[in-house]
Design a protein around this ligand. Sequence first.
Ligand SMILES: Cc1ncc(COP(=O)(O)O)c(C=O)c1O
Length: 449
Amino acid sequence: MSHVFHRNNHAHYPKAVKGEGVFLIDDQDKRYLDGCCGAAVSCLGHSHERVRDAIKQQVDQLAFAHTGFFTTEPMEELADFLIERAPEGIEKVYFVSGGSEAVEASIKLARQYWVEQGKSEKKYVIARKQSYHGNTLGALSAGGNQWRRQQYEPILVDMKHIDPCYAYRGQEEGESAFDYGQRVANQLQETIEELGAQNIIAFCAEPVVGATLGCVPAVEGYFKRIRQICDQYDVLLILDEVMCGMGRTGSLFACEQEEISPDIITIAKGLGGGYQPIGAMLCSQKIYDIISDGTGFFQHGHTYIGHATACAAALAVQHTIEDENLLQRVQQQSLSLAKLLSELKSRYEEIGDVRGRGLFMGVEFVSNRETKAPFDSSIKLNAQIKKVAMTKGLMCYAMGGTIDGRRGDHIMFAPPFIISEHELTIMVDLFAQTLDEVLPKAIQSQQAA
Ligand SMILES: Cc1ncc(COP(=O)(O)O)c(C=O)c1O
């Protein structure tokens, strides 16, 4: 009997004992192709020698020095590396240990930025429905997924949520993608005007929505309009790139493809590639200067911020991505993955949509392509797919509630950047075998429901 409080008390988890390239191996020697990097984390796979060596060297030299007393070489170097490549205006990095911590820090920094300027009435963060920003209370309050929020609602911070930019379901007939994007972006303006700009701290959004929508990028022009609105009303723009950043969509920062610069960016997952727990919040010089010239310190902090070993691992991950031209590889492999998944779409009527960017692609299921009706949620289609895929040796990221937190099913693929063409084919083939097993039963259950 295990004494671990596992994620799901009723699930049986195989015991992972080894990592080998894109594969995880359990104690029965069964191999699992990691088609989702766990949760878009393990961008270099599970056994990269350069990263392992960097960690060993750092631990031998200095494992940890509390940032209340010291700075360290890996932390300084990693900050330099990120800022050299960051969007225009972004000049400072605050390191944390994961995505929720990064979002939490971004919300608090945004609030302090206004307080330092005597604008302490600014109290609301606006975010989007069907988004996920983490599970700590502040980050969960920013998230707009009803299922995740529901039982904690009475203790969440009061934040406001506008519609996501989700063209597959939101774009109306006869409306161009661009017009749709402007329409939903303008909800931000309407909400700011309703609440009063003097009350708004920031707008927070994922450039490509991950867990809760299944790899949905915004349509062209959406984020440019969002940036304009934020500037017009003196509202900070926080982009949460915890899942979609660090090369996952084919550029180091996902917002590069939107041709805008936010005031704050959060990153994690692919930053350390799972070799160490690390995240970061990056902010503009403007924000830094206000704090610096004001109280002089960000009133925040955790014990492990800027952990030397975590920074050394992340630095090795990021150097590897650059030295091995892996961003270009992500762009190339993206074309192959898109082609393979589109072929599946023509084979399975139940695939309603294939979308995404880079090696970050989602498949949304429908029981009827014409009406886009989802499968009955009692069928738990996404969970069935995840379970059967694991028996076949495939890891894919499965989630329900795509439409409104309750209805809809999607699967995300976010394989390691090092995946070969052949391994991509195996991944999609295992997925097809899984669908062959799961879909006929799901269709039967749907007809009976
Ligand atoms: C966009 C986004 N923000 C924040 C988080 C929270 O990150 P973590 O689980 O590392 O706390 C996640 C995790 O999936 C995420 O996808």
